[in-house]
Design a binder for this molecule. Structure first.
Ligand code: NAD
Length: 276
């Protein structure tokens, strides 16, 4: 009987971890790849909801321009920018320190920086999967309640390419599947009970950003170079705004380990993680 009550209490505790979402107003977010595209869109949405944001990007020129624009709209004290290459441990730590100094303790990390370079697939692994692993581990170190931190949330940006075959970007798809596996594994309540850090993952379909055009410069093969533009023209793109709204839903619902897919003409939906 006692163990039955124990089990129920444990279930209830786990439910509460999943149910209570984060309060965005007053929070401090660090967003990698935040100079443009989705990262910038996430920043704008979080700022609108009263959060503070540090953009971390390898592109200093675009980052400085975006910083100026966001500060003009949302206030100089609420936005910060730091040059950061997510493949480098020291850059990541420096970005975290700089965000904390300028804005306060970081409680949300969005690992968004990504490339789709099939010719330099090692770079694609290092930026996409390496950046997410590096960032998530650092977040556990800096935010983990077991390390004296405040707890918090990590959202890793994957792709629909993680969930379906992607003949046009095999290495890219592999990194995005790895990001889902990483997020589901560290998003297990086993880890949350230790660290108080939620790990979630977002899987958008094709979004209206510069990403596809950049990826087309480094395709897998001449055949892909020929087929991809035609294929992507037929695929309905979604807007940055749609994905940013889905991010807010994911954060506010607070489902630990939640893997949310965002596609055209559908409400965002969770893809179930089958971890017993
Ligand atoms: N656009 C899409 O169709 C789409 C769909 C699904 C998932 N995604 C993912 O969303 C994320 C953002 O994509 P986007 O569409 O905004 O692309 P984007 O190319 O517009 O922006 C990517 C940003 O990442 C930065 N970046 C690249 N390498 C970096 C590094 N080493 N360190 C730090 N920053 C770096 C770039 O400077 C750029 O600002 C990526 O992870 C991408 O894989 C994009």
């Amino acid at each position: 009987m006692g163990s039955c009550f124990g089990l129920l209490a444990r279930r209830k505790e786990e439910e509460s971890h999943r149910a209570s979402g984060m309060e965005i107003s007053g929070s401090v977010a660090l967003i990698t790849g935040g100079a443009r595209g989705l990262g910038r869109g996430f920043a704008e949405k979080l700022l609108e909801k009263g959060g503070k944001v540090c953009l971390a990007d390898i592109d200093g020129t675009e980052g400085a321009k975006t910083l100026q624009e966001l500060q003009a709209t949302h206030g100089a004290d609420n936005v910060h920018f730091v040059v950061c290459d997510v493949t480098k441990d020291e850059d990541f730590k420096g970005a975290w320190d700089s965000a904390t100094d300028k804005l306060g303790p970081v409680t949300l990390l969005i690992n968004n920086a990504g490339v789709g370079n099939e010719q330099n697939w090692k770079l694609t692994i290092d930026v996409n999967l390496g950046g997410c692993i590096r960032g998530t581990y650092l977040a556990l170190e800096r935010m983990g309640t077991n390390k004296g931190g405040p707890g918090g949330t990590v959202v890793n940006i994957s792709s629909i390419a993680a969930l379906r075959p992607n003949p046009f970007g095999p290495a890219y798809a592999a990194t995005k599947s790895g990001i889902v596996a990483l997020s589901r594994s560290l998003g297990h309540d086993f880890h949350f009970k230790i660290s108080g850090v939620r790990v979630q993952v977002l899987c958008p379909t094709l979004v209206d950003t510069d990403f596809l055009a950049s990826s087309l410069k480094h395709v897998f093969s001449p055949e892909v170079a020929q087929a991809l533009p035609q294929f992507s023209r037929k695929l309905k793109k979604i807007t940055v705004e749609t994905v940013a709204n889905a991010l807010i839903q994911l954060l506010e619902e607070g489902k630990n380990g939640g893997c949310m897919s965002v596609e055209a003409d559908k409400e965002p939906y969770y893809v179930d993680a089958s971890i017993p």
